[in-house]
Design a protein around this ligand. Structure first.
Ligand code: GUN
Length: 290
């Protein structure tokens, strides 16, 4: 079994991004990313912190807006409109999910699609479905594709099963795997799929994006398959100073014995999501300043 090292592959993406940032700097341009968080969900705070830190490390202009949980939808949309109009900002990300009183889709449509580096705006969703390369693709599925490429996993003609149908991962993942040039045969499974294990056991490539700790075990995976674990779940761990540890949607130890290649959690998909977010931000800047 080989362990796909997301941290190392993310570094490679960051090096490419650094070169593109240097080329922009030579023209007197600095890409800017605004990350917005509403509320105090600890996992979301941690994600936003690491995005902001990485952006600053790469030399991006990075702005973090942390708003209190009772912030109104109107105030959040007003902030988005201010960022849309700010020439120093090229990428805008509103951390998902927002508190329950906020209609996320109303916020997403308020983002200028040219600055929607998450690829959540309906225009960008449509462009992905239409194979129009001028849009933005969500960072996590984009990172998963890059992991497969860098690990040398053949996707053309392969049977891929995506477990999960979210707008952030499952659906765009399926479209990317299906795309011409990637050419997988794609099945999307979800919580209502009958005999899930029988479906995933057919797969050469399993993408686990369910959001439940250790949901997929050895019985779900065919010997020799490749497993990409998108899950980042906090489970209690009294032996850790933090009181929790991060585990994926896949029972790593059980599956690692059977499969050909697998991404760990942490150190797999997580660093790639951030790397592709930075790359998307630089793309937004290049397009807006072309
Ligand atoms: N929440 C979980 N993943 C993501 C992501 O990629 N972008 C945003 N904005 N929120 C998320």
């Amino acid at each position: 079994m080989s362990r796909i090292d997301g941290t190392a592959i993310a570094q490679k993406v960051h090096e490419e991004t650094r070169q593109r940032i240097a080329a922009l700097a030579a023209r007197g341009i600095q890409p800017g990313l605004a990350v917005v968080l509403v509320g105090d969900d600890p996992a979301s705070r941690a994600y936003v912190r690491s995005k902001d830190k990485r952006a600053a490390d790469l030399g991006l202009h990075s702005v973090k807006h942390e708003l209190p949980a009772p912030t109104s939808q109107a105030d959040l949309i007003a902030l988005v409109r201010t960022l849309n109009a700010d020439p120093a900002i090229h990428g805008i990300l509103v951390q998902s999910p927002p508190p329950a009183h906020i209609d996320e889709s109303a916020v997403v449509v308020a983002i200028d699609p040219r600055k929607d580096v998450d690829g959540f705006h309906p225009l960008n969703v449509a462009k992905l479905a239409l194979d129009d390369p001028t849009g933005f693709v969500p960072c996590t599925p984009l990172g998963c594709i890059r992991l497969l490429q860098e690990a040398g996993i053949e996707t053309a003609g392969a049977r891929a099963v995506v477990v999960g149908r979210s707008m952030i991962v499952g659906k765009p993942m399926a479209l990317l795997l299906l795309r011409r040039g990637t050419d997988a045969t794609v099945t999307v499974a979800h919580s209502r799929t009958r005999d899930l294990a029988a479906v995933t056991r057919e797969a050469d490539i399993v993408i686990a994006a369910i959001g439940r700790p250790h949901f997929l075990g050895a019985g779900h995976i065919r010997p020799g398959a490749t497993v990409i674990d998108v899950g980042i779940n906090r489970i209690d761990d009294p032996s850790s100073p933090k009181g929790y540890k991060l585990v994926g949607d896949v029972d790593y130890d059980a599956v690692a014995e059977k499969c050909a290649a697998i991404t760990p959690v942490p150190g797999g998909v997580g660093p790639m999501t951030i790397a592709l977010l930075m790359a998307n931000t630089v793309t937004a800047c290049e397009r807006l300043t072309a």
